[in-house]
Design a protein around this ligand. Structure first.
Ligand SMILES: C[S@@+](CC[C@H](N)C(=O)[O-])C[C@H]1O[C@@H](n2cnc3c(N)ncnc32)[C@H](O)[C@@H]1O
Length: 294
């Protein structure tokens, strides 16, 4: 790969996915894109870049962007956000939404599904408290590939051994050959949508809780600020936002303020008019799930 190839790729990735590669990440690009180049019958990255420059290469560009995403995730990652969900967010929202009995949760970079399904299991485990409530968990990601895996709800032995308590494995999964599949009731709690956070997401409606974890770390400050400003428009005034362990709004945006007692948890700072929920905007059948008794 020549320095010019690298510059082309850096610019392309920044524009298409927000990925902000520093000048010393050639090795990362080499390791992710050389196998892709070979798979499409090209000798190397220089030829891959040439093909993208030649025009009408949109599917190839999408593959390059996907190949450069980092999809690392696991069940109940960092544990604390799920404690916050169970102990702080849901109890407060149960009171605040007692009339509507609807909870809308957005998992904004959901990768292969471990995060939205951890949320779903967490809520399911709350049992009677949510009985009769409509729960909408919307999982979005830039990458169609990870969304397909997430939809299938099929996980390897290695994946279910990372973070998932054994009781939840026994209770909510069924063994299918060498894989484990999440049971249909948990899968049905999660709706999947392809979505690039660089683009408008107002059509998703308004959420009570937004999990936006371990994706903004890949973006530059300007992009983070823009995304926080737009997230603030799509969250209820009394909603909650959860960031990853290495992420914060501090010094980047004042659209959210940190929760005084709970690390990684944020609340919107201002007021805005609420928009209708996704159920109104989504094509049928809507996959919102009413919590029934187990
Ligand atoms: C490291 S994973 C984090 C998964 C999960 N949130 C977690 O914390 O375990 C980052 C995810 O962000 C997605 N992603 C990267 N750029 C994105 C963008 N511009 N819009 C939406 N998703 C993006 C990637 O495809 C990847 O699945």
């Amino acid at each position: 790969m020549t320095p010019l190839d690298y510059e082309f790729l850096r610019k392309l990735l920044k524009e298409r996915s927000g990925l902000d590669l520093s000048a010393d990440k050639q090795y990362l690009v080499e390791s992710r894109l050389t196998p892709l180049a070979r798979r499409v019958g090209l000798p190397g990255i220089t030829e891959l870049v040439q093909k993208m420059k030649n025009g009408s290469a949109e599917p190839l560009i999408a593959e390059v962007v996907e190949a450069m995403t980092t999809n690392e995730t696991f069940f109940f990652r960092d544990k604390i956000p799920f404690d916050h969900l169970r102990e702080a967010m849901v109890p407060e929202l149960l009171q605040a939404r007692a009339n509507r009995r609807v909870l809308r949760i957005w998992c904004a970079a959901s990768s292969t599904g471990q995060e939205p399904y951890s949320i779903a299991m967490c809520l399911k485990e709350m049992g009677a408290a949510l009985l009769g409530w409509r729960i909408e968990i919307v999982a979005t990601d830039l990458s169609q590939g990870v969304l397909e895996k997430s939809k299938a709800g099929l996980f390897s032995q290695f994946e279910v051994q990372r973070g998932l308590p054994i009781q939840l494995l026994v209770k909510h999964f069924t063994q299918v050959g060498e894989m484990w599949q999440l049971n249909a009731d948990i899968r049905a709690m999660v709706q999947h949508r392809q979505l690039n956070l660089l683009q408008d997401f107002g059509h998703l409606g308004s959420f009570d809780v937004i999990f936006c974890r371990n994706v903004l770390i890949y973006f530059d400050q300007e992009t983070k600020t823009d995304i926080f400003e737009r997230l603030a428009k799509t969250i209820e005034p009394d909603g909650f936002m959860v960031l990853g362990a290495a992420e914060s709004v501090v010094g980047i945006s004042d659209a959210f303020k940190p929760h005084p007692d709970r690390r990684g948890l944020y609340r919107p700072n201002g007021t805005r008019s609420a928009k209708p929920g996704i159920a109104a905007a989504m094509p049928q059948p809507a996959r919102a799930v009413a919590m029934a008794s187990r």
